[in-house]
Write a protein that binds this ligand. Structure first.
Ligand code: FCB
Length: 462
């Protein structure tokens, strides 16, 4: 159905995959001993998620995982990236382990292996046990310790069958959307709390890497959503705004992880919020900066940044994200259903710039998410002809290949997402799947993008 001439060719051994996350697809929120997470609390708070949607049922993947693994097998992917729900494993955040939670992931992993698909597990894709949030969440160091304990339990159970492990997914979202903007769980609007959360997430990552090493896993890494921030104009003010945006989105993670230091631009970015902090300890940088086997990168779009005044006039209420820049709409680009601009070249640029900045300190890269939400329609023939998504994937895989050609060591690519799912504060209204989910019947329908991706993977093996 799709012509192969347009397929980019990747080196032998390049990993093609698809990704999902626990709270977005599993459902079964109160089943088999799962405890509540911050996303249960957040989504059940009226007015926070579009349409009042929750992850209570989601794609019912908890019960339908064999069907979903069949979809993956027919797609021909090498690997499947899923996440493990911490509150299924340690329902109260600390204390007793729930064997039924471990069993679910063991069954999923066995099903994947039987289908010839390599499992790639994310340990934290945002569903913090509510009991830990009640004790301070990521604002407090204790949460990092609990995360290490949970990691040791899961890895002790699955390390022999899961080769690739990701500690955290997009800690920027956890720290800043969760504790500063309040658009993600737990919905806090704080300044210092968000910066403390960012640091404790990194400490938790470091402690989890130690636990993964102790369990003997093959590959340990972390997934970041790095941004390509572009200045709205050439003015000095807009360029300074880009420095602040880069610090908050990128350097806050990459500097400690890859260079063993905190960003030198943090004072100009956060001012008094960071100068008076007391959450960093001696030894933290060594813990955070342990060598990684790979760096996961999620990439969707570039961001155009302009200088802007503080939105909050009262300095006492200014949050960490209110740091004097605003996002500007990119003229001339197609925008997806998320209103995100489609600019594949900036994907290449981001990867090349990262390589230039960190050189040999940059581990091999896996693109752990990339994809688009589109205004899908079901045709009278029952199919979903999602041409815009196909064009997005084609464009971004071509741009990724250009980064490889420029010398960036990228080893794999996971499309986001296998299934339409619960898109956080946007609820079910935004569809990122290459497989459509009818939420009334739970029927799965592969879209044209699924068929395109399958043909693209098959063409690599010709
Ligand atoms: C990323 C998240 C993922 C999904 C996509 C669209 O930020 O990791 O769960 O929501 O965006």
């Amino acid at each position: 159905m799709t012509e192969s001439r347009a397929f980019p060719r990747f080196p032998a051994g390049f990993v093609f995959g698809a990704a999902t996350a626990s709270y977005q697809i599993e459902g079964a929120a109160r089943e088999d001993g799962r405890g509540p997470s911050i996303w249960d609390t957040y989504s059940h708070t009226p007015g926070l998620v579009a349409n009042g949607d929750t992850g209570d049922i989601a794609c019912d993947h908890y019960h339908r995982y064999p069907e979903d693994v069949t979809l993956l097998r027919e797609l021909g992917v090498d690997s499947y990236r899923f996440s493990i729900a911490w509150p299924r494993i340690v329902p109260d955040g600390s204390g007793p382990v729930n064997p039924k939670g471990l069993d679910f992931y063991a069954r999923l992993v066995d099903e994947l292996l039987a289908a010839g698909i390599e499992p790639a597990a994310t340990l934290y894709h945002w569903d913090l046990p509510q009991a830990l949030e009640d004790r301070g969440g990521w604002r407090v160091r204790e949460t990092a310790e609990r995360f290490a304990e949970y990691t040791a339990v899961v890895a002790g159970h699955l390390a022999d069958r899961v080769p690739r492990w990701i500690t955290l997914n997009e800690p920027w979202c956890s720290a800043f959307l969760g504790y500063s903007v309040g658009r993600h769980a737990p919905g806090a609007r704080e300044g210092r709390g968000a910066l403390a959360a960012a640091h404790h997430l990194l400490v938790g990552h470091g402690r989890a890497v130690e636990a993964l090493r102790a369990a003997g896993v093959r590959e340990a890494g972390i997934t970041l959503n790095l941004d390509r921030n572009l200045p709205a104009t050439g003015s000095a003010a807009d360029r300074a705004a880009v420095v602040r945006a880069d610090t908050q989105h990128n350097l806050v993670w990459t500097e400690p992880l890859l260079a063993g230091r905190y960003p030198h631009t943090e004072e100009e970015t956060w001012g008094e919020l960071i100068t008076g902090q007391d959450f960093r300890r001696d030894g933290d940088l060594a813990l955070i900066g342990q060598p990684l086997d790979f760096l996961g990168i999620n990439y969707y779009r570039p961001i155009v940044v302009a200088d802007a005044p503080h939105r909050e006039p009262d300095p006492a209420l200014r949050t960490a994200t209110d740091n004097r820049y605003a996002e500007v709409r990119l003229a001339g680009a197609r925008h997806t259903a998320m209103d995100w601009p489609v600019v594949p070249d900036s994907f290449t640029d981001l990867l090349v710039a990262l390589k230039e900045r960190y050189g040999d300190a940059l581990p091999p890269i896996h693109i752990t998410e990339n994809g688009s939400a589109e205004h899908d329609e079901v045709s009278p023939d029952g199919a979903v002809h999602d041409r815009d998504r196909v064009a997005y994937l084609r464009g971004h895989l071509t741009a990724l290949k250009a980064a490889l050609d420029a010398g960036v060591d990228v080893r794999g690519y996971y499309v986001w997402s296998l299934l339409d799912n619960f898109e956080w504060a946007f609820g079910y209204g935004k569809r990122f799947g290459i497989v459509r989910v009818d939420y009334d019947t739970q029927r799965r329908t592969p879209k044209d993008s699924y068929h395109w991706y399958r043909a693209m993977i098959a063409a690599q093996r010709d």
